[in-house]
Write a protein of this length. Structure first.
Length: 1028
């Protein structure tokens, strides 16, 4: 559907520390269940046949497993922690490895070869062999990055899950238009949109219910490990064709520990944000024609705040070796924030945030064979502020704060969740895991009162009606829309995994069920129930030529205004079910295959509880992976995988597509502007086909028949992915290294989006003997699979339905295309007690004619109901470089232990820019054949074709950050002082521009290519922590 371009709701406000097992095995050993998005790890290796291996951690977990006849053993589904692994012969311990650390979702190799065992020794937190190079985890064939709590304490990283995620190769910050449930910036994995990722905490799915925008995350100090899965995961997990952020929280041990940290990010340590200016050049609107070339667009020098955070944690045994507890509290405050808006909004908001987080975990080791875990998490974000008028007075750069307009909309987002998990080691070969939990998500907002209508695009007001020097009149109303204060979401998640090992096979089967409910979601206009949108176009050009919804020319000097109503408020429910089975098969001593298949079912319900999208037929998703230990000593691994990944539709699809939204506009010319409210006066109706308002997508508030929302033969979105690579140990400069490369190919095979071409629907209905009006349904839009024939239900007026078949060729649109190809090269120096370093370079190309579930270029949040595929007009010249295409990415991280007391760390990212877009009216005729205004891939009044990326790219980003830590010996290394400088060279560049080139037909917009967002300026963060 066409974007509601002006609404901003409350919801829109690497390091790859590879799991290196440093023991060299005689050959590859089958690892047990330690899948991606899990919260556990595995230990495996070789040992003399007939012996047993005892595995114990500092949290009371103890398992003893037998070594099989081939000299292999595996212990899977182990809680993360530090382990002692001992070889037992005839009941007596004859060898052991201490301080063996596990990595989430991976296997750690610990072997007891007769000759090597005698030479083994313990070093730090991992076990190494004195005569060995670093080993490679040959049990894994997916692509992942794991950051541990130790890494986080040593690296200069912002305190969020997403900031950690972009340390991984191929993961980048998404558009500034989109934010998560607690206001966090979102990320793109491997060219996919920001709405195609999944989030987990301790195995529980915390992904945003409404839009799939991010998810709930842990307090920073409670993170034990964070795993970023960038591709190739097995059949046990799904519902993501982007990537995964999987967090595992800390747990109690047999020793009591307490700690506290204070973090301070002062305003004086932040550089002045760069100001924004109107662009200059012959292609932009000249000043003599009403343009503002070179003038201030947004004064940002004062847009700063100061931040502080207080963290506290505790953990230990309630009953030693049996019952443990861990808790963490984080309270983050952003204070004295200032946000001076652009000349399109003309306001200044003084704001603050309060972001409390809580985490609690109880572990009960019932006995050596049964473990019960309880987790509770709360993550909230509260925003409040006051809004004032702001007046720009060019040529001056800085304007002045004016009268108080009212309180800013108070918002509260986030969630509370709890989970319980049971792990049963029934036998050495049979393990059962069951997880169940619930999450309650909050979407509360409270807007200040006010009876006046909100004013949009005051910059397009007729300048002859404005006071001298004025950039526009916005009036006292500061809230464009009002959300239902009772808006909330609920999630329940049930998982069951059963693993059975037989011979050279480790077989895992299970179910993965999610139930999602969104209640009282949506928005209505503030004030009188509508808002004013100002435009400037060619006097003689029709505003819209869409049949049945056309609007005449404004005449005069081309200035006109629209009285717009946009409202969508409803509840919706989604049911997701999945079954899977996979086999990790040790084909030979050196070759491991992972063969799996997953079946997903998705059902989306409208507000009346009736399904409007039922995707319950088998959706088979095969997953195949292979790992080859080339030399049998874990020094060279060659791996590959191929898989299909299905993506479910979130609840938001129903809010606009299946719940009866309203989006109408009534157009007028005007003779004046009220000086106090910004409302037009002296209105004269411009002739239009429908009164009181036209709607490009027939959105008149009528709930659609659920049988006519989607095509009857619609299939779920899915993507195929292929990865191949290698990892190799290297002895260089008397140091042990690991290097490698991998290639990734992703292709979106099927998409779901709405098509809204009334003429084609009516013409095909008439040709097939059906009622053309009935064929339009209630909106004229149908959710279907772009590129495939659609079978549409048409009501016959007697309670039955006829089938309208429309081949894809009828719409005049291209076939679906989204591809991502990438090559990743890395060099890593594992931490040796002195230093760690890693360099990643990624070359990638993300191209096609659809970004995916959202539109980053225009900030459209209508998941699977974007302007893409609505009609042939918006898809003309749509093929090109996609919004998340970054051709080059260089990432470097590392830390160096200078002395026992001093440590320094660094983090550098050098990234090429993303494609610019240029949108305008259609072609050289500059008309609007589908009623979408300046939404077509044509640039400026000349109507030059402008495929995505053809009009340039945003600048390169170069961000270097450093930190230093002092942990004095005189305090027993329990006290630490840390300082971090982010973006030390203060390289500020524009990351996104305003893409719409015209304010009306044949009329350049002065806003075209004005900046929307920038990289974060340099800031300094201080912290003091104490652990005891």
């Amino acid at each position: 559907m066409s974007i509601h371009r002006f609404v901003s709701t409350a919801r829109n406000q690497s390091l790859r520390h590879t799991a290196l097992a440093l023991a060299i095995a005689a050959g590859v050993t089958l690892a047990g269940p330690a899948a991606a998005q899990s919260s556990t790890g595995a230990i495996f290796g070789t040992a003399p046949a007939g012996d047993s291996v005892l595995i114990q951690n500092d949290g009371g977990v103890s398992r003893e497993v037998s070594v099989d006849a081939n000299g292999r053993y595996t212990a899977g589904s182990l809680p993360l922690g530090s382990y002692t692994v001992s070889l037992k012969k005839d009941g007596a311990v004859v060898d052991s490895r201490s301080k063996v650390s596990l990595t989430v979702g991976a296997g750690t190799q610990v072997s007891f070869a007769a000759t090597a065992a005698a030479e083994a020794k313990s070093l730090g937190a991992v076990t190494v062999m004195a005569n060995a190079l670093p080993a490679i985890d040959v049990s894994q064939m997916d692509t992942r990055t794991v950051i541990t709590a130790d890494d986080l304490s040593r690296l200069p990283v912002a305190r969020s899950a997403e900031a950690i995620a972009i340390l991984a190769p191929g993961v980048n910050t998404g558009s500034s238009y989109f934010t998560g449930p607690t206001g966090q910036t979102l990320v793109s994995f491997g060219g996919s949109s920001i709405a195609e990722n999944a989030y987990y905490i301790n195995g529980f799915n915390t992904t945003d219910v409404l839009h799939n925008f991010g998810g709930i995350t842990l307090p920073y100090g409670a993170i034990d490990q964070q795993q970023m899965l960038t591709g190739g995961y097995g059949a046990a997990y799904g519902r993501s064709d982007g990537g995964v952020i999987n967090q595992v929280g800390k747990r109690g041990t047999n020793d009591w520990h307490f700690g506290a940290q204070v973090v301070w990010q002062p305003k004086f340590g932040e550089s002045d944000p760069d100001n924004g200016f109107y662009p200059t050049g012959p292609q932009f609107l000249s000043n003599s024609a009403g343009g503002r070339q070179g003038q201030i667009y947004q004064f940002r020098n004062d847009n700063k705040s100061w931040e502080r955070a207080e963290d506290f944690y505790f953990g230990g045994p309630l009953i030693k070796d049996t019952l443990y507890i861990f808790g963490a509290v984080e309270d983050n405050h952003i204070n004295d924030g200032v946000n001076v808006a652009s000349r399109s909004t003309l306001t200044q908001t003084n704001y603050s945030y309060d972001r409390p987080k809580y985490y609690g975990k109880i572990d009960w080791n019932i006995n050596d064979s049964n473990i019960l875990e309880f987790t509770g998490v709360s993550n909230k974000s509260m925003y409040s502020g006051n809004t004032y008028k702001y007046t720009y007075a060019p040529p001056a750069t800085q304007g002045t704060q004016g009268a108080f307009l009212g309180p800013a909309t108070y918002t509260k987002g986030g969630a509370d969740l709890w989970t319980t998990k049971y792990t049963g080691y029934i036998t050495d070969d049979l393990t059962v895991e069951a997880l169940y939990g619930k999450m309650n998500q909050i979407n509360y907002s409270r807007a200040a009162g006010g009876s006046e209508a909100y004013v949009v695009s005051a910059a397009n007001q007729d300048p002859t009606m404005l006071p001298a020097g004025s950039s526009g009149i916005t009036g006292p109303q500061i809230n464009e829309t009002v959300d239902d204060p009772n808006a909330r979401d609920k999630t329940s998640n049930l998982r069951l995994d059963v693993n059975y090992k037989i011979g050279t096979h480790s077989i895992t089967a299970g179910i993965d069920n999610l139930d999602l409910n969104s209640m009282d979601i949506g928005t209505t206009p503030s004030g009188p129930g509508y808002y004013w949108v100002y435009y400037h176009g060619a006097p003689t050009a029709p505003i819209s030529s869409l049949p049945g919804e056309s609007v005449g020319a404004p005449g005069g000097n081309g200035y006109y205004v629209a009285k717009t109503i946009y409202s969508n408020a409803a509840s919706a429910r989604v049911k997701q079910r999945a079954q899977f089975i996979e086999d990790a098969w040790q084909v030979t001593d050196r070759v491991l295959l992972n063969l799996g298949i997953r079946n997903d079912q998705f059902t989306n319900y409208n507000p009346d509880g009736i399904p409007y999208l039922r995707l319950t037929k088998p959706q088979w998703a095969p997953r195949i992976g292979a790992s080859w230990d080339v030399y049998g000593d874990s020094s060279l691994k060659v791996y590959g995988n191929a898989g299909r990944y299905y993506l479910a539709e979130p609840a938001n699809v129903a809010i606009r597509g299946a719940a009866g939204s309203t989006y109408t506009s009534q157009y007028f010319t005007y003779t004046g502007i009220d000086a106090s409210t910004g409302a037009p006066t002296g209105l004269t109706q411009i002739p239009q086909d429908r009164y009181p308002g036209v709607s490009a997508n027939n959105e008149f508030g009528v709930p659609p028949d659920p049988k006519t929302v989607t095509s009857a033969n619609a299939k779920a979105e899915y993507q195929d992915e292929y990865i191949a690579g290698f990892d190799k140990t290297l002895d260089m400069f008397d140091q042990h290294w690991v290097w490698g490369a991998k290639g990734t190919y992703r292709v979106l095979r099927n998409d779901l989006d709405d098509v809204c071409d009334d003429n084609t629907i009516m013409n095909y209905a008439a040709a097939q003997g059906l009622d053309p009006v009935a064929a339009l349904g209630s909106t004229g839009c149908y959710i279907m699979n772009p590129g495939r024939t659609a079978n549409i239900n048409v009501s016959n007026g007697a309670g039955g339905y006829s089938t309208l078949t429309i081949p894809w060729s009828a719409w005049g649109m291209p076939t679906l295309l989204r591809k991502y190809v990438a090559a990743n090269f890395y060099l890593e120096h594992p931490f040796d007690g002195k230093w760690y370093g890693r360099i990643d370079y990624v070359w990638s190309h993300n191209f096609g004619n659809t970004e995916g579930s959202v539109r980053s270029d225009i900030g459209q949040t209508d998941v699977s109901q974007t302007e893409d595929w609505d009609n042939a007009g918006v898809m003309t010249y749509a093929n090109g470089d996609l919004a998340n295409d970054r051709r080059h990415q260089l990432k470097m991280v590392g830390y160096y232990q200078i002395t026992s007391e001093w440590l320094v760390g660094g983090n550098a990212q050098i990234l090429s820019g993303t494609p610019k877009m240029c949108l305008g009216y259609f072609g050289s005729t500059q008309d609007d054949p589908f009623g979408y205004a300046a939404a077509y891939h044509f640039c400026g009044p000349s109507g030059t074709p402008a495929a995505p990326g053809s009009t340039g790219r945003t600048p390169w980003q170069e961000i270097f950050s450093l930190n230093a830590e002092y942990r004095p010996n005189w305090a027993g290394k329990k006290l630490a002082f840390d300082v971090m400088v982010y973006n030390i060279f203060d390289k500020q560049v524009i990351t996104q521009y305003y893409q719409t080139s015209e304010s009306g037909p044949s009329t350049l917009s002065s806003r075209w290519q004005t900046p929307i967002s920038w990289t974060t300026p340099r800031y300094v963060r201080f912290s003091v922590s104490y652990d005891f």
